[in-house]
Design a protein around this ligand. Structure first.
Ligand SMILES: Nc1ccn([C@@H]2O[C@H](COP(=O)(O)O)[C@@H](O)[C@H]2O)c(=O)n1
Length: 292
């Protein structure tokens, strides 16, 4: 395993030869053969800024003026109970599963009780501290310019996620989002009455990926996949891709770094630590898209 350090950022490469061979295949195939599948929270968004955690889609709502003080406390208690389970290096995915369902279900029920209106979402995202990773503009622009499909697969909240990338000016036509979408009633201001479809949480992305196999069927030529994630659950996001030829899995290891490094290196080809940028994937995309 190779390790490189730049400005405190650590880049761990599980098998340098394999990564080099994969990149060579990607370069030979060119941008027309590539698709990117990415998680959202803490993968396309930053984990922290100036030592403070950057909010996830859920946190944007939880911390907003839409939520009563009592509601905020309940949602914070859930975060403090379940986030440590989500990232616990000592628990298996199977052991974490029921807790994740419990967390998302309780949180969504609390949000429904807060009588959130659709018309308030845009302003709440504007007022939040959410930040996409440095280099996001290059990332989204490069993908769009080269016609590379981007599938964002998130256990966050789809309406919030879309608003974040819309406000950042990068919600291009090559993007497909699969996430938990809010279900608003038919009134003019739209009152939150639940969430649509099957719940997506951190550790059921395998099932979610298979359910979206029709999306991947349309991308029959894009057999080279770049996967970006920040959890061990994200490793399954490409399970619905048919006829895959090559995959490069890049993982952001944000929390419990020393305890989780080995587990991450079993699944991800490249593991990034203390990296709040999209520089690595941007460099790879540039390499693939360069004229030869
Ligand atoms: N009530 C909740 C539930 C989940 N989270 C965090 O959101 C992340 C979800 O999404 P991805 O885009 O990474 O799939 C997840 O890692 C949870 O930590 C939350 O903040 N509040």
């Amino acid at each position: 395993m190779a390790q490189h350090s730049l400005h405190n950022v650590s880049v761990h490469i599980r098998d340098r030869k394999k990564v080099e061979d994969t990149l060579e295949c990607f370069r030979k195939g060119g941008p027309n053969r590539v698709q990117v599948i990415s998680d959202f929270d803490m993968t396309l968004t930053r984990f922290a800024y100036n030592g403070t955690r950057v909010p996830t889609c859920h946190n944007i709502i939880d911390n907003s003026r839409l939520i009563s003080e009592e509601g905020k406390k309940k949602l914070k208690d859930l975060l403090n109970t379940y986030y440590p389970i989500e990232i616990d290096p000592a628990l298996t995915v199977e052991e974490k599963l029921p807790f994740m369902v419990e967390w998302w279900t309780k949180a969504h029920n609390f949000l429904v009780a807060e009588k959130i209106q659709k018309s308030q979402i845009t302003q709440v995202v504007k007022e939040s501290n959410v930040m996409l990773r440095e280099g996001f503009d290059v990332f989204f622009r490069q993908l769009h310019k080269n016609g590379i499909p981007l599938f964002i697969f998130s256990a966050g909240i789809g309406d919030i996620l879309e608003e974040v990338i819309r406000q950042a000016g990068v919600f291009y036509s090559n993007i497909t989002v699969v996430s938990n979408y809010m279900d608003f009633d038919g009134n003019v201001s739209g009152l939150l009455q639940g969430f649509k479809g099957d719940l997506i949480h951190t550790y059921n992305k395998h099932e979610g990926a298979l359910k979206n196999s029709r999306h991947f069927e349309k991308l029959n030529d894009q057999r080279n996949v770049i996967l970006l994630g920040d959890s061990l659950g994200d490793l399954q996001m490409a399970d619905g891709v048919e006829n895959m030829e090559n995959i490069l899995k890049i993982g952001y290891l944000n929390d419990k770094v020393d305890k989780l490094r080995d587990q991450y290196l079993k699944g991800y080809d490249i593991v990034l630590e203390k990296d709040e940028t999209l520089n690595v994937v941007n460099a790879i995309l540039q390499y693939i898209s360069a004229q030869n």
